[in-house]
Design a protein around this ligand. Structure first.
Ligand code: PLP
Length: 410
């Protein structure tokens, strides 16, 4: 397998935070779907910017202002290249996935979705790709239609064909589930929607950090993702959109930078993407995200995907040996996210137990309460991996799950 050459230990030393003990045990960080750790290269890029180049962007003629602008725009170009966007102007900097989706719902949605129109979302969406559409639907009188998931945590393309109608005006779906790890059949969904001129937004929060992403090949109309889930800093992310949509969309927020000319009673708008970047942006965040992308590209996204598949298969095999575990999601095409429950043990108790052993996992509804409701559970425990995790960590994690079985006395 290509991953034989992948040595996570080579990268681990780049992540200072991983080199510590928690409750006297080496930290095992398995909460990467929530946020990832940052390599020294990212931390240093941010520090270097503040120590050498800090100034506001697109405003000053002085040297620092020009340098800051150049670094900020270089980061935009890196993001465009990373997802194979045709042009850097199709990348709007946002706070992250949540803001990117809210931007589309508020701007394109309010301008073009009318009473009686239908918006298709799936039942497995993170609240970030559900609530903005609920708010929009309530505001304009549109209706949400829901793409169901089955007992394997998968979406059947046939049900998409079934609920798609002449009233469908928009489709918003996650590329990869943050609960099941399922990689959805988004290419087929996009192709069908496009036969009817319906745009599709992909929530790429979980996919962009872990899978090679090519927006031209996917042909998605919008793609939202977050820097902090891909080794970058918090508070920065991006929205990619096809140029025709960005051109026809009204501004999302008003303020500095997004204008061309302003009179007391009216204004005209800056060109894209600046039309959507009101106010001083997160300059250091953008630069940090650019450094994270450099880091990922040096390793190669294909290598990362393959290695994570290997880790996930390894973990699933071992976890399936523990009969007290229920694992949610069984898609053949999946990412490095495993949700589970240990008998009737509350995920918070299990998570606390694991934390005592230095293992960080997530416990809760994962901002996907409709999934929990459908599964008739309150919460799950979730382990999610990234390029710096190892099989040895998984071995210790599985050992501790076995200890938990004894501790909670089945
Ligand atoms: N969508 C999915 C699938 C996610 O997993 C997350 C974060 O967990 C989000 C959206 C929201 O991302 P952010 O909080 O970075 O905006």
């Amino acid at each position: 397998m290509a991953t034989q050459s992948f040595d996570p230990l080579k990268y681990r030393t780049d992540f200072p935070v991983l080199d510590q003990q928690v409750h006297g045990k080496p930290l095992i960080y398995f909460d990467n779907a929530a946020t990832t750790q940052k390599p020294r290269q990212v931390i240093q890029a941010i520090a270097h910017y503040y120590e050498n180049d800090n100034a506001n962007v697109h405003r000053a003629i002085h040297t620092l202002g020009e340098r800051a602008t150049m670094l900020y725009e270089e980061a935009r170009q890196k993001i465009a290249d990373f997802i194979n966007a045709p042009a850097a102007r199709q990348i709007v900097f946002t706070r992250g996935t949540t803001e990117s989706i809210n931007l589309v719902a508020a701007s394109w949605g309010e301008a073009f979705i009318k009473e009686g129109d239908e918006i298709i979302v799936s039942e497995m969406e993170h609240h970030s790709n559900l609530i903005p559409w609920q708010l929009l639907a309530q505001k304009v009188g549109a209706k949400l239609r829901f793409l169901p998931f089955d007992e394997n945590g998968m979406i059947d393309f046939k049900s998409f064909e079934k609920i798609f109608s002449e009233r469908t005006r928009f489709v918003a779906i996650t590329n990869m589930s943050n609960v099941f790890g399922t990689i959805n059949p988004v290419k087929k969904i996009i192709a069908l929607a496009h036969e009817h001129d319906v745009p599709v937004l992909l929530d790429g929060a979980q996919s962009v950090p872990h899978l090679p992403t090519d927006v031209q090949q996917l042909d998605c109309d919008f793609l939202a993702f977050s820097g902090h889930k891909m080794l970058g800093p918090t508070g920065i992310g991006a929205l990619y959109a096809k140029e025709k949509y960005l051109q026809e969309m009204p501004p999302y927020q008003g303020g500095g930078e997004m204008i061309q000319s302003v009179w007391l009673d009216r204004a005209t708008w800056n060109e894209i993407p600046y039309k959507f970047e009101a106010g001083t942006p997160n300059i250091s965040g953008a630069i940090g995200l650019g450094a994270a992308i450099d880091y990922l590209q040096n390793i190669g996204m294909e290598n990362i995907t393959l290695y994570e598949q290997e880790l996930t298969t390894y973990a699933l095999q071992k976890m399936h040996e523990i009969e007290e575990l229920t694992i949610y999601g069984n898609a053949p095409e999946r990412g490095a996210v495993i949700s589970f429950n240990l008998g009737e043990v509350h995920p918070h108790d299990l998570s606390h137990f694991l934390d005592q052993q230095g293992i960080a996992v997530r416990a809760g509804h994962h901002c996907a309460q409709p999934i929990m409701r459908k599964l008739n559970i309150a919460a799950t425990t979730r382990a999610s991996f990234y390029l710096y995790n190892t099989k040895q960590e998984i071995d210790f994690f599985v050992e501790q799950l076995k200890e938990a079985v004894k501790f909670f006395s089945f």
